[in-house]
Design a protein around this ligand. Structure first.
Ligand SMILES: NC(=O)c1ccc[n+]([C@@H]2O[C@H](COP(=O)([O-])OP(=O)(O)OC[C@H]3O[C@@H](n4cnc5c(N)ncnc54)[C@H](OP(=O)(O)O)[C@@H]3O)[C@@H](O)[C@H]2O)c1
Length: 273
């Protein structure tokens, strides 16, 4: 099977491509330098020429806070870029996997979100990703929308690395305890995407099983790393950010990924190799 991956140089892309290759897929790795998804002609040409059996669309504008002020760029990449990919896939009947986010939800539920739950993003990044989902549904008959959350991986800036680096400074560390979600290792997500491919087309939640607050996540990172840190819980109000976050963005993953603590353990072990 020939699979074209967009955003292959990103945090997810760099872990996803080897996982696909390991199961015998031929991977065409693309990123902004050889497939700028905001360029409609280029997108059409690359997909027509390479004619993959599937496209996994990971490229995105992912700076959640910056998207509040730079909405135009987020819109161009996440909405119109996704529209270009979806149009090209749809016209050739190529199945498409679109990586979406828990930020399509408003976080007012108290039980895990299912794929059919109502969406209502509370920030601009979430809005652009939801509009991306709509473009996929509009142009493609064969699609998987894989919503994931709280991603961390070896090839990108992420919460685990930030915590480990702050721990070096030996100061009191305050972490938000009133936002609950599902931490997801990029390799776990890559394996979840593989599992998706044997499921019927549709919308899925592909994130770590279980849930935790950012504070609880930090606590587990330090516990598993054997670090003693002066860690204190705080509220969202204590740590204001430009983009609002959903308070509760736990998603029901129907067993597509292992529990988040087991994945974290593997991540930390590999990090030390
Ligand atoms: N990170 C999270 O916590 C999280 C949570 C939920 C969902 N997601 C979704 O998961 C997917 C992967 O996220 P990630 O964390 O791996 O993101 P990432 O590290 O920011 O990777 C995105 C990649 O897309 C590239 N890109 C940007 N604009 C492009 C364009 N016009 N054409 C082609 N490529 C372009 C980026 O290049 P540059 O670096 O040069 O800009 C980067 O290599 C995204 O769809 C994201 O929305 C992420």
């Amino acid at each position: 099977m020939k699979v074209l991956v967009t955003g292959a140089k990103g945090m997810l892309g760099q872990d996803l491509c080897p996982v696909l290759e390991d199961v015998g897929m031929f991977v065409i790795e693309t990123d902004i330098d050889n497939l700028d998804i905001t360029d409609e002609e280029m997108t059409k040409e690359v997909i027509n020429k390479t004619h993959p059996d599937m496209v996994i669309h990971c490229a995105a504008y992912t700076n959640v806070d910056k998207a509040e002020e730079d909405f135009e760029t987020a819109e161009r990449i996440n909405i119109y870029g996704t529209e270009n990919i979806a149009k090209a896939c749809g016209s050739l009947d190529i199945p498409m996997v679109y990586i979406s986010t828990d930020y399509v939800f408003d976080g007012t539920k108290t039980t895990p979100y299912t794929p059919d739950d109502n969406t209502r993003p509370v920030n601009k990044y979430g809005l652009t990703k939801l509009r991306g989902e709509e473009e996929v549904k509009k142009y493609c008959e064969k699609y998987y929308i894989a919503r994931t959350s709280w991603l961390y991986g070896h090839h990108g800036k992420n919460f685990v690395e930030t915590m480990l680096s702050l721990a070096q400074q030996n100061k009191e560390l305050k972490v938000v305890d009133d936002q609950i979600g599902c931490p997801t290792w990029t390799v776990e997500l890559a394996n979840g995407i593989l599992k998706l491919l044997s499921q019927p087309y549709g919308i899925y939640h592909v994130c770590g099983s279980g849930s935790v607050s950012w504070y609880g996540f930090a606590e587990e990172i330090f516990k598993q790393s054997g670090l003693t840190v002066d860690l204190k819980p705080c509220t969202t109000e204590d740590f204001p950010r430009p983009a609002k976050r959903p308070r509760y963005s736990v998603m029901d993953n129907k067993g597509l990924c292992r529990n988040w603590q087991a994945a974290l353990q593997d991540y930390l072990q590999l990090r030390d190799v």
